[in-house]
Design a protein around this ligand. Structure first.
Ligand code: FA5
Length: 343
C-alpha cells in the first residue's frame, strides 16, 4: 500500500527536478534527453510513478489520478517553455548566471579596516609628517632585546613570569638566558633592533602588538598595541620630546589637547616620565617616555658622550578609545560587526 501523501510528494519532487533540468538545458539535444528522462512514454520517470498508482488505496485513487494529470501537464508546459526559449536563440540556460536588470537594487556592505588598523595608519601618517619612518620588530623576542639591552638586569622584577608570556618558562631561570623566548611585552625592543643595525642619527616609530598577562578590564587587554618612538641625534633634549609629543597629541586628538609629564621610572630611560594628555579637563595617561639611558646607548655600541636621544611608548587602543569615545577596550576584540561598522 502507498499513502496518498507519499504518492503526491514523489510527483511534486519530480516536477521540481524536471523544471530544473529543462531550465538548465542549453541545446535542443540536452532538452530532448531531459524530456525522455521525465516524460518518456515507456521508461520515463513520470511513467514509473504512474505505475505505482496501483498501490494507492482505492478511495484515494481519484485524487491521485487528478494530481498525476496536473503534474504531467505542468512538466509538459515547462518543457514547451524551455523549447521556445531555445528556439528564440537563448541558449544561456538557468545554470549560467543571468543578470536580471529588472530586479530591485541591493547594496553590498563592503568590508573595512579594523578601527585599530585604521588608527595605526593614521598614527603612522602623523608621525611620518614629523619626519619619523616606520620600523618593525618580531613579536617573539629574546632575552637580549626584551630585557638585557634595555637595562633590565637578570633579577629585575620586570622579568617576573607573572608579568610576561614566556614561551620557554622552563629555561627562563636557567643559566642560559640566551635561550629565553617570550612574546614581547613592549615595543621598546624595536629600539634595540634598530640601533644595533643603524648608526645615528635615528628617527623611527614602531607600531605593533605587545602581550602582557593583564586581566582584561575596561582599559586593559592581554594583547594590545603600542606606538614606540625613538629619536637619537646630537644634543637631543627633553624639550624636543615634549614638542614632538605635543605636536602628535594635537594632530591626533585636536588643538585643545594639552600635555604634561609626570616623573616616573623605566630602566631604559633616565629621566623617565609618564605622558598625560588632557581631555575635557581630565588628565589621562597615554604612555611612558624619557631620555634614552646611557647604558642602552652603550649596549648597542653608541657613544653616550656623542649622542643623546628620547624614546616614548604610547598605548594605541587608549588613543583610539579617547578619539572615538569608546569606553571599554574589550569592544575592539569582540568581533561584533555592529560595533566595528561604526568606524
Ligand atoms: C611601556 O611599555 C614602556 N615601554 C614605554 C616607554 C617607551 C617608556 C620608551 C620610556 C621609553 P607602560 O608599561 O607604561 O610603558 O605602557 C605604555 C602604555 O601602554 C600605557 O600607558 C597604556 O597606554 C598602554 N598599556 C599598558 N598596558 C596595557 C594593557 N594591558 N592594555 C592596553 N593598554 C595598555
Amino acid at each position: 500500500m502507498m499513502a496518498l501523501s507519499d504518492f503526491v510528494a514523489e510527483l511534486d519532487q519530480l516536477a521540481a527536478q524536471a523544471q530544473e533540468a529543462f531550465d538548465a538545458a542549453s541545446s535542443q539535444e540536452t532538452l530532448e534527453a531531459a524530456r525522455i528522462e521525465f516524460l518518456g512514454a515507456k521508461s520515463g520517470r513520470l511513467k514509473a510513478i504512474q505505475k505505482q498508482m496501483g498501490k494507492v488505496d482505492k478511495a484515494d485513487k481519484p485524487a491521485a489520478g487528478k494530481r498525476l494529470n496536473e503534474v504531467k501537464q505542468a512538466i509538459e508546459e515547462t518543457f514547451t517553455e524551455a523549447s521556445e526559449r531555445l528556439a528564440s536563440g537563448d541558449t544561456a540556460g538557468s545554470s549560467d548566471v543571468v543578470f536580471d536588470t529588472s530586479l530591485p537594487g541591493t547594496s553590498l556592505a563592503f568590508g573595512r579596516l579594523h578601527p585599530i588598523s585604521q588608527t595605526i595608519d593614521e598614527l603612522m601618517d602623523i608621525m611620518g609628517r614629523l619626519g619619523f619612518s616606520a620600523a618593525e620588530g618580531p613579536e617573539i623576542e629574546d632575552d637580549w632585546h626584551n630585557f638585557e639591552a634595555l637595562n633590565i638586569p637578570r633579577e629585575h622584577p620586570a622579568r617576573d613570569p607573572l608579568d610576561n608570556f614566556y614561551l620557554s618558562t622552563a629555561k627562563q631561570n636557567a643559566n642560559a638566558p640566551d635561550d629565553v623566548l617570550l612574546l614581547r611585552s613592549q615595543t621598546s625592543t624595536v629600539q634595540i633592533r634598530v640601533m644595533s643595525k643603524t648608526p645615528p642619527p635615528i628617527r623611527i616609530i614602531s607600531l605593533g602588538r605587545v602581550y602582557r598577562p593583564d586581566t582584561a578590564d575596561a582599559t586593559h587587554y592581554p594583547m594590545f598595541h603600542q606606538m614606540e618612538g625613538l629619536l637619537i641625534d646630537k644634543q637631543v633634549t627633553m624639550a624636543d620630546l615634549k614638542s614632538v609629543l605635543r605636536l602628535f597629541a594635537t594632530s591626533y586628538l585636536g588643538s585643545e589637547v594639552h600635555i604634561r609629564f609626570r616623573p616616573s621610572f623605566f630602566p631604559f630611560t633616565e629621566p623617565s616620565v609618564e605622558a598625560d594628555f588632557s581631555w575635557n579637563d581630565n588628565w589621562i595617561e597615554f604612555g611612558g617616555a624619557g631620555m634614552v639611558d646611557p647604558n642602552v646607548l652603550k649596549a648597542v655600541g653608541y657613544d653616550p658622550d656623542e649622542v643623546t636621544g628620547f624614546a616614548f611608548g604610547l598605548g594605541v587602543e587608549r588613543l583610539c578609545m579617547r578619539r572615538h569615545g569608546v569606553s571599554d577596550i574589550r569592544e575592539f576584540y569582540k568581533n561584533d560587526v555592529r560595533f566595528l561598522q561604526q568606524f
